[in-house]
Design a protein around this ligand. Structure first.
Ligand SMILES: C[S@@+](CC[C@H](N)C(=O)[O-])C[C@H]1O[C@@H](n2cnc3c(N)ncnc32)[C@H](O)[C@@H]1O
Length: 246
């Protein structure tokens, strides 16, 4: 496993990805905004409410992005490992998390596997699955299962249901921003990012999930799936699921 300081080699010039329409290139060029922090705080609130966090837990924040959720989880558990497929995000997460002594940034390379000794009480995958291919998702589902402790939980959140039009997210984001008093910042910072998002989305659709198919895939991998009554992130029409080993 790589340490925080070892991740320095990940520095990637962002502009080089801008012409490439893939989700990987989108995240390689992303920069953080106030809304990301506010959304992370909301996510931790709902995660505590619906799943809980315990001081003894070892947690994996998979697809950690800027590291905002990682830092908030770290203050509530024993340790957090974090991984993101985009070098740009790992670099920003490393900077954000430098003061957290119980956070370790993993280096998983390109393999669809967690370290052999992975034994997590909780694996959090928030707002990440939609950027995967269907095959990649099934591969990771098996890898996450293998990385769970006996009573461990895998939380997949912000899953996009089938037939869902992502333009429906706009009013939900605006309402969320208004309630959190960050509407103006969200509008100013969000417009450019939304245009970039739409450009990639037209070329590469987001992965959508049907709960019954997910339950079947999970069942074949020896996992039980429970759909939560509310999505854990700020998009109310999306889904969150907790998976546990049988
Ligand atoms: C919307 S952000 C979510 C960040 C964070 N989970 C949060 O809740 O704030 C999506 C993140 O997923 C990462 N990602 C996308 N595909 C991934 C994959 N196959 N493996 C790991 N990370 C991935 C992206 O690089 C990006 O940082």
């Amino acid at each position: 496993m790589a340490t925080l300081s070892a991740m320095k080699r990940d520095v990637v010039p962002r502009a080089q990805f801008n012409g490439d329409r893939s989700w990987k290139s989108f995240w390689e060029s992303a920069s953080s905004c106030r809304l990301n922090r506010v959304e992370a705080a909301h996510f931790i609130e709902t995660l505590e409410q619906h799943v809980g966090l315990q001081l003894s837990w070892r947690v994996l924040d998979f697809g950690c992005g800027f590291g905002f959720t990682t830092g908030l989880i770290a203050a509530r558990v024993a340790s957090v490992s974090a991984w993101d497929a985009a070098a740009n995000m790992r670099t920003q997460a490393r900077d954000h998390l430098a003061a957290h002594g119980n956070v370790e940034l993993l280096d998983l390379g390109t393999a669809i596997a967690l370290p052999d000794d992975a034994d997590f009480d909780l694996i959090v995958v928030n707002s990440v699955v939609q950027y995967m291919s269907a095959d990649e998702f099934v591969g990771w589902l098996a890898a996450w299962r293998d990385g769970l402790a006996v009573r461990g939980r895998l939380v997949l959140s912000d899953l996009i249901p089938r037939e869902y039009d992502v333009r429906r997210d706009i009013p939900a984001v605006l309402l969320f921003s208004l309630r959190r008093r960050t509407l103006l910042r969200a509008l100013v910072e969000g417009v450019k990012e939304w245009r970039r998002y739409r450009r990639v989305h037209r070329s590469v659709p987001l992965l959508t999930i049907a709960p019954e198919e997910l339950a079947q895939q999970a069942g074949e991998l020896g996992l039980d799936a429970e759909i939560l009554p509310a999505n854990l992130s700020s998009h109310p029409a999306r889904l969150s699921v907790v998976l546990t080993r049988r």
